[in-house]
Design a protein around this ligand. Sequence first.
Ligand code: NAD
Length: 309
Amino acid sequence: MHRVLITEHIHEEGLRDLYEAPNIETIVRLDLSKEELYEAVKDADALITRSGTAVDAKLLDAGKNLKVVARVGVGVDNIDLEAASKRGVIVLNSPTGNTLAATELTMGMIIAVARKIPQANNSLRKGEWRRENFLGTQLYGKTLLIIGLGRIGSSVATRAKALGMEVFCYDPYINAKKVENLGVRRLDDLHGALALADFVTIHVPLTGETKNMIDDEALRSIKKGAYLINCARGGIVDERACAEALKEGRLAGAAFDVHAVEPPKGSPLFDPEIAAKVVLTPHIGANTKEAQQAVAEIVVKNLIKALNG
Ligand code: NAD
């Protein structure tokens, strides 16, 4: 019998295969202190977490029988991968399960910032009727630069084209055939590409190379009056430089789901002076029922395979 310890809230439907597996005992223990966690992991063959459980060398040592650590979702930054690999522990995640959810939020953010939907909603709720304050921008015929044409970037490309946008991409690592099949134009100079785009949306991972990729210099290359959307990772855009670009009118708007610090403390994007141009959400890109179920199902399927050898 394999013992699987779950330490965070996971979509119940997504766990169904685990509960039905004849040779698996599932133990759910939420909100454990560090000490309780070390104790609970002692007899576990596998651990399922989200981002809230620090799977460090100490925890891996406490879990002497651990063969698999599964992260429901994408980011594995809460897991010490080197320590896991040294101990022969397999680390699983589910990067494909939330592609559609992140894509749809991105489309929502593009439309929300172009038409100032959140600001109009707030204004109307205050009893105002100020249609003149909410003059928007049409998407049809506009250019969209997608930085990172991976799973989410390409799915955004298809939908933006359906809205009649002209789509460019900047992704030095992408296969030329894929770009061609998507009907997207590839541009190899980031700053040149920024100068052409009415909308820029970011879909790269946060790496040494992409950290602060959209810095003050990049923001000065951007076409005047463009909109910037970041539903990828905080830290890719320099928030201070972005707030300056909004204040100076170099950017017409910005929509961010992800933030350099989460929850964001003292972010320059919260400056009331630019509130009319900014849409902010609390990292909800993957937050749909379907995506939460999908990420759990994918991880559970692979975890059962790994445990059964
Ligand atoms: P992916 O790996 O499929 O695609 C990433 C793309 O970025 C690849 O095509 C890669 O070639 C490209 N890339 C890497 N480095 C680059 C660089 N320096 N310049 C240009 N392109 C570069 O990833 P994905 O599943 O599409 O996810 C994209 C991002 O979205 C990730 O940062 C992920 O963490 C984030 N995400 C956010 C949410 C959310 O809740 N907001 C949900 C899911 C994913």
